[in-house]
Design a protein around this ligand. Structure first.
Ligand code: ADP
Length: 604
């Protein structure tokens, strides 16, 4: 959504409305019907209050009034109503109408809130599904804190945007129907009320509008910066502490949090201000009308009292409704910059619809070999070719080592191999079938990846191994088997509850070697055909490295293994080695030959 569009409520509303599911659209029309009925009932209830008040003040005059006469004729009663009957009857009607309109109002209010949060959940799902399905390449160019913000800001589509829109519409309906009724009963006075209140509301809104816009954008920008700083400091706590930058980060937070607090204060004031101004104008208006009728129009006090009752009950209901309209307009305006951010992400997701389409998925069988043919790869935000005209193959069951200086392109190559990245040009084939949108998912299921720094989350060991599988659906036998294959027997014996022990942030802290073993067990859980180890032992001490190395080579011959390693000794048992230099293949051949040449070149 462009900036121009965000400036218009109607366009923003249409933008959201056009993305609603058919069920929600039907519900919304039901809701509008309920709102209209409530507004009519509200006006009728007001009339009944005014009527009841008049019956109490002057029952005799009311018995003779045209309203009572019409009712009498309608019920066919020849007898005249008594004063008692009139008061009790009008009181009963009033209570009945109030009961009915309040029940309907409660239902409508419940649905307005329900609708708002349901929309939040709906758009939240679109965002999280979209984010997770968008290509890895896209994630590399994004800031993770911004994406987390976007998920939190789904409230700016529901509770802070669509819900206030519904409330605005609801209150406009109520005020409009009330004013029309007032106009029928008291044309002159209602004209004055409509013109003065309408103009004041418009004036207040126009004045504070620019203020709201500036404050809302400021608030959003401060929040983006704060969230970034906080996630940077918490995620990088080790570096923060190590470089003794605690103060710098907390000062950065405070620098933005304090003005943000002021922004929130101004926002609260802006939403309260119209209420105060309108209340003052409303009551001044009532006094002014009394003045006109008594002094200029020379009306009787009885007439003035009757008119005042109608005006007062209308003001009693209409003024708060106008306040609610203004308050919700403020809220909607405040949410527009956030909505623009949400809209931007949702439109990105819509533009990448092909990644969301699961129907294309084709099965894949790996029997023979993986072939890279003239593969070129460039990152979106980087002009240079990271991989250039790469052609090679890996046979099923082969153990391939990848060597090359830091920055040569090894990790990028592996990301392409597992299907996380797509080649800029060239093709990767599995037994002659190109790895593309339709086969990528099947291929990802067939590959197991062990990174240098595995992600261990706050959960049980079993949950960490079966990564992402619902707790009830975890196959404990398989978890145990994978742990054994990852040589975790000793470690399991030491745990208080075996695979059900808590590990990660609020559980047992795992050593680097143990984390690697969990990552290996995780990679094994889905019975992969190809296992990839990306510098899996680089951050370990010599003993742990040797132990993990033994585990890795225990899979040799049973699975296809691709191993990136910094230390060449780790690769001596490989069948072949791929030597990469500046994104090109320098050599591929037998491990002993290539490693010898590589060592010679390194020492030269
Ligand atoms: P290696 O694993 O051999 O150390 P990488 O594959 O990590 O090398 O990186 C190869 C090159 O790609 C480096 O020059 C690096 O700067 C660049 N690169 C890596 N990741 C990204 C990224 N997300 N965006 C842009 N450039 C990247």
């Amino acid at each position: 959504m462009q900036d121009k569009q965000t400036n218009s409520y109607l366009k923003s509303f249409k933008w959201v409305y056009s993305r609603l599911q058919p069920l929600r659209i039907r519900q919304m029309w039901f809701l509008f019907f309920g709102m209209t009925a409530t507004a009519f009932l509200e006006t009728l209830a007001l009339g009944s209050v005014a009527f009841f008040a008049s019956c109490m003040t002057d029952p005799n005059a009311m018995i003779a009034s045209k309203y009572v006469k019409t009712v009498q004729a309608f019920v066919g009663g020849a007898q005249v109503f008594s004063r008692k009957e009139l008061i009790l009857g009008s009181g009963g009607i009033m209570v009945g109408l109030i009961l009915l309109k309040n029940s309907l109002r409660a239902t409508v209010t419940y649905w307005i809130y329900r609708f708002g949060v349901a929309m939040e959940a709906y758009f939240g799902r679109i965002l999280i599904e979209g984010f997770l399905k968008l290509p890895y390449q896209w994630h590399l160019s994004m800031n993770s804190a911004d994406l987390i913000n976007a998920l939190h800001w789904r409230t700016y589509l529901g509770r802070n945007f669509f819900q206030p829109c519904l409330k605005i519409f609801n209150n406009i309906l109520m005020v409009a129907i009330m004013l029309v009724a007032l106009f029928i009963v008291q044309p002159l006075i209602s004209m004055i009320v409509i013109v003065v209140i309408g103009l004041s509301a418009l004036f207040i809104y126009k004045i504070i509008r620019t203020w709201i816009d500036a404050v809302a954008s400021k608030g959003r920008n401060y929040q983006i910066i704060i969230n970034k700083e906080v996630s940077m400091a918490i995620q990088g706590i080790k570096d923060v502490k190590n470089s003794r930058k605690e103060r710098v980060f907390s000062a950065k937070f405070t620098q933005k949090a304090e003005p943000l607090a002021r922004v929130f204060g101004v926002q609260e004031l802006l939403s309260e201000l119209p209420v105060l101004i309108l209340e003052t104008i409303g009551f001044s208006l009532i006094f002014f009308s009394i003045f006109i009728m008594l002094v200029l129009m020379n009306q009787s006090t009885a007439y003035v009292t009757g008119t005042m009752t109608i005006l007062a009950v209308t003001a009693w209901k209409a003024l708060p409704a106008i306040n609610r309209i203004l308050r919700n307009v403020t809220k909607v305006r405040h949410s527009l910059p956030y909505l623009a951010t949400e809209a931007m992400y949702i439109e990105i997701i819509e533009d990448h619809a092909r990644y969301l389409d699961e129907s294309e998925t084709k099965p894949l069988i790996f029997r023979n070999k993986i072939v890279f043919s003239t593969v070129v790869f460039q990152y979106q935000n980087n002009d240079s070719k990271i991989l250039d005209q790469m052609s090679f193959s890996i046979k099923k069951g082969e153990t391939v080592g990848i060597i090359g200086k830091s920055g040569a392109g090894k990790s990028t190559l592996v990301d392409l191999l597992i299907g996380l990245l797509e080649p800029t040009s060239g093709v990767i084939c599995i037994d002659g079938i190109p790895l593309d949108q339709s086969t990528r998912k099947a291929w990802l299921d067939m590959t197991g990846y062990v990174p240098q720094s595995p992600f261990i989350y706050d959960g049980t060991l079993a949950e960490n191994v079966a990564f992402g599988v619902e707790k009830d659906l975890i196959d404990s036998e398989r978890v145990l088997e994978c742990c054994r294959m990852a040589s975790m027997d000793d470690f399991l014996d030491d745990l208080p509850d075996s695979i059900e022990s808590k590990v990660g942030e609020r559980g047992i802290k795992l050593s680097g070697g143990q984390q690697q073993r969990v990552a290996i067990a995780r990679a094994l859980y889905n019975e992969p055909e190809v296992m990839i180890f990306d510098e899996a032992t680089s951050s370990l001490d010599d003993r742990s490295e040797r132990a993990i190395q033994e585990t890795i080579y225990s899979f040799k011959g049973k699975q296809t293994l691709v191993i990136i390693a910094h230390r060449l000794s780790t690769l001596e048992q490989c069948d072949s080695i791929l030597w990469i230099e500046k994104g090109k293949i320098k050599r591929k051949g037998r491990a002993d030959e290539i490693l010898m040449d590589y060592r010679q070149k390194a020492s030269a």
